[in-house]
Write a protein that binds this ligand. Structure first.
Ligand code: PSU
Ligand code: MN
Length: 306
């Protein structure tokens, strides 16, 4: 397959794709907007290491210098991490604008990372938690573009459910409407990001990576553009019980709404506020679940490559 003209694929990633070795895509919004400096850089580097020790090549995606970068060097990653909020948050609709304005560095969300991964021929992407239907969306209409992307880019996203700041039942309904398979990995419940359990049952539980790969293979032969959500709960030792985090989430959402914070600024605001109020324990949980997803992503990519 000829790579798209706008792609700059790192040599290591290019070689892996060419020879059919496993590759796992990683996003960069979580680095620039999801975590504070310097934990964001540390985590990004550790997540890349986790993918490697699982036997796959990490491909962190971002928009830099008017190019879609697939695979970032440590210094490119550091730039995004240091600049943080100074870096653009690039969702699908913003991509062409960032390509046209090479001076603006941009971090890709789940939606745009899926899109670029699929252009590069990468089928597996590990993140923390996808975006979804925000609480109060019946009035604000704030539904992350991440959800719609699952109908366009044939990528399997490994995620600890959807972020707990969202309306999780509505997010699951929306995924059903879009026809997106949601596969619980060793769980029968939709995970709630910081906590393993949401009380929301999943129809499909899959306990083996080989079986995940089997289902995905069939999905993509039916529809190469279909995405799938692999719901991988946070490890037990790192979870925050829902009854501890929920009041903090509610209070942070109230603060956001009284300060008029909405749109693409909302998710970064809430994540930062939670980390402050929990004195870093929500951040620790976030780091742990991303690594856990990277681990599973590598196993899955390796299995798909066989
Ligand atoms: N997962 C995390 N931290 C994050 C995100 C995901 O653990 O910061 C980011 C992803 O990039 C996701 C975005 O696409 O949050 C969702 O933003 P919005 O709600 O504005 O669509
Ligand atoms: Mn939104």
């Amino acid at each position: 397959m000829k790579p798209h003209d706008f792609l700059t694929i790192a040599p290591e990633v290019h070689e892996a794709l060419r020879s059919g070795q496993p590759v796992v895509a990683l996003e960069s919004t979580i680095v620039a907007h999801g975590m504070p400096w310097p934990q964001n850089l540390e985590t990004a580097l550790e997540v890349q290491e986790t993918v490697r020790s699982g036997g796959a090549v990490p491909a962190t995606i971002a928009v830099q210098g008017g190019r879609l970068k697939v695979g970032l060097s440590a210094s490119e990653l550091e730039l995004l991490a240091r600049e943080g909020r100074g870096v653009g948050k690039v969702s699908r609709r913003d991509i062409s604008l960032f390509l046209a304005r090479p001076q603006l560095p941009g971090a890709t969300t789940v939606a745009s990372t899926m899109m670029v991964a699929s252009l590069a021929g990468i089928r597996v992407f590990a993140t923390g938690g996808i975006g979804g239907v925000h609480r109060g969306a019946e009035l604000s209409w704030d539904v992350s573009a991440d959800l719609m992307e699952f109908t366009r880019s044939g990528v399997a996203v490994v995620s600890a459910g959807a972020k707990a700041i969202l309306d999780l039942p509505a997010t699951l309904e929306y995924l059903e409407t879009l026809g997106v398979p949601v596969l619980g990995y060793r769980t029968s419940e939709f995970p709630a990001f910081y906590s393993r359990s949401s009380g929301l049952p999943l129809e499909w539980r899959i306990d083996e990576v080989s079986e995940l790969a089997d289902v995905l293979g069939r999905l993509w032969s039916l529809d190469p553009h279909a995405g799938a959500l692999i719901a991988n709960p946070i490890p037990e030792e790192s979870e925050i019980p829902a009854d501890l985090i929920e009041p903090v989430i509610r209070e942070s959402i109230r603060e956001a709404s009284s300060s008029g914070i909405r749109g693409k600024a909302l998710t970064p605001f809430l994540l930062a506020r939670l980390a402050e109020v929990t004195q870093g324990s929500s951040l620790n949980a976030n780091v742990a679940l991303v690594k856990n997803n990277a681990r599973l992503g590598a196993l899955l990519a390796a299995r798909l490559a066989t």
